[in-house]
Design a protein around this ligand. Structure first.
Ligand code: FMN
Length: 275
C-alpha cells in the first residue's frame, strides 16, 4: 500500500510527478495524479514524485513533503564541494576519543541516503562505535592472524600479514585499522541487484560527509580481507549475515593531524568516443 495522497487544494495538475516517474505508473486521466491498485507493485519507492512536486501537494509511503529538506537555497556552493572532494585524504593518525553518539548517528543517516541499484536499499552498516570495543576487536583480529601465521597462511598473498602481526605485537603499530577509534563495514545480500556497488557508494558518501564535518576516514582493504576471508569469525562478531557480500571496511574518528592543501592528481584518464 503506497499511501499515494494528493492535496487537491494545492495540486496544480502540472503532471511533473507522472513525467518523472521511472516506473511510469502515475496516471492523470482523472485530473489529479493517481496510481491504480494493479500498478502499485511496480513502484520503486524512490519518491521522485514527492521530490519534484512544485507545490508540495504529494505524499507517498507515509512521507509528507514537510518531513523533508527544501533544496532551494540550501545546497552547497560547487566550489566548496569541489574543495571537499579534492581535499579529502586518507587519515592514518587518530585521537583516542569516541565521536559523540548523535554525531555518529548523523553520519550513518546521511550515508543511508546513498543510491542503490533498483532502490533496493539493503546495505547493512556494521559499526564499532566505541573505541574500547574496537580495541577488543583489534586484539581479536591480530590474535586470529597470529594463529594463521603459526599454522601457515592458506593463500600466498596472505603471508604479508605476518609483518602486520609483528608490527602490532612488537611496536603497537596498527596497520589494519590505523589506530582509529571506530569502524564501519558495509555489506549487502549477495543475490541483490548490485551489492558491491551499493556498499562502495554508501561508504564513499559516508567518507565525504564525515570529512566535511572534520571526521577522518580511511578505507581498509587490508582489514576487509582479514575480516571477510582470513578470520571469518570476525564477520559473525560484527553481525554480518552469512548471505552478505562484504563491500569494504572503513576506519574513522577524529584526526590527530590536519592537511593544509589538496594534492592534485594531474589529468584524468579519459577516452572519448569519436562517433
Ligand atoms: C578500496 C580501497 C582500499 C584501501 N585500503 C587501504 C588499506 O588497507 N590501508 C590504507 O592505509 N589505505 C587504504 N586505502 C587508501 C589508499 O591507499 C588511498 O586512498 C590512496 O593512497 C590515496 O590517498 P588519499 O586517500 O589520501 O587521497 C584504500 C583505498 C581504497 C579506495
Amino acid at each position: 500500500m503506497l499511501q499515494f495522497e494528493i492535496a487537491k487544494d494545492t495540486c496544480t495538475k502540472c503532471g511533473l510527478c507522472a513525467t518523472d516517474c521511472v516506473a511510469n505508473i502515475i496516471d492523470l486521466d482523472s485530473g489529479y495524479p493517481h496510481i491504480s491498485a494493479e500498478k502499485e507493485r511496480s513502484c520503486l519507492k524512490c519518491r521522485h514524485c514527492l521530490a519534484i512536486c512544485p507545490t508540495a501537494a504529494l505524499s507517498i509511503l507515509g512521507n509528507k513533503p514537510e518531513q523533508n529538506l527544501e533544496l532551494k537555497g540550501n545546497l552547497p556552493e560547487p566550489q566548496q564541494l569541489e574543495t571537499l572532494i579534492r581535499g579529502r585524504r586518507s587519515i592514518r593518525h587518530y585521537k583516542d576519543e569516541n565521536l559523540e553518539p548523535e554525531f555518529m548517528q548523523r553520519l550513518l543517516d546521511v550515508a543511508w541516503q546513498a543510491p542503490t541499484g533498483v532502490n533496493a536499499r539493503q546495505v547493512q552498516f556494521s559499526v564499532i562505535d566505541d573505541k574500547d570495543a574496537l580495541a577488543n576487536f583489534r586484539e581479536e583480529t591480530y590474535a586470529g592472524l597470529a594463529r594463521l601465521n603459526e599454522v601457515g597462511w592458506m593463500i600466498d598473498e596472505w603471508a604479508m600479514y605476518a609483518t602486520f602481526v609483528k608490527s602490532w605485537q612488537n611496536k603497537g603499530t596498527d596497520v589494519l585499522f590505523r589506530g582509529a577509534p571506530h569502524l564501519i563495514v558495509a555489506s549487502a545480500p549477495r543475490n541483490g541487484p548490485t551489492p558491491l556497488a551499493d556498499c562502495l557508494i554508501a561508504l564513499s558518501y559516508f567518507e565525504l560527509f564525515a570529512q566535511s564535518l572534520g571526521v577522518g576516514t580511511v578505507w581498509s582493504g587490508l582489514a576487509k580481507d582479514a575480516i571477510d576471508e582470513m578470520v571469518p569469525e570476525l564477520r559473525n562478531k560484527l553481525g554480518i549475515p552469512e548471505e552478505h557480500l562484504v563491500g569494504q571496511v572503513m576506519a574513522f574518528g577524529m584526526p590527530a593531524i590536519q592537511y593544509q592543501r589538496t594534492v592534485e592528481n594531474g589529468a584524468a584518464n579519459i577516452v572519448r568516443f569519436k562517433g
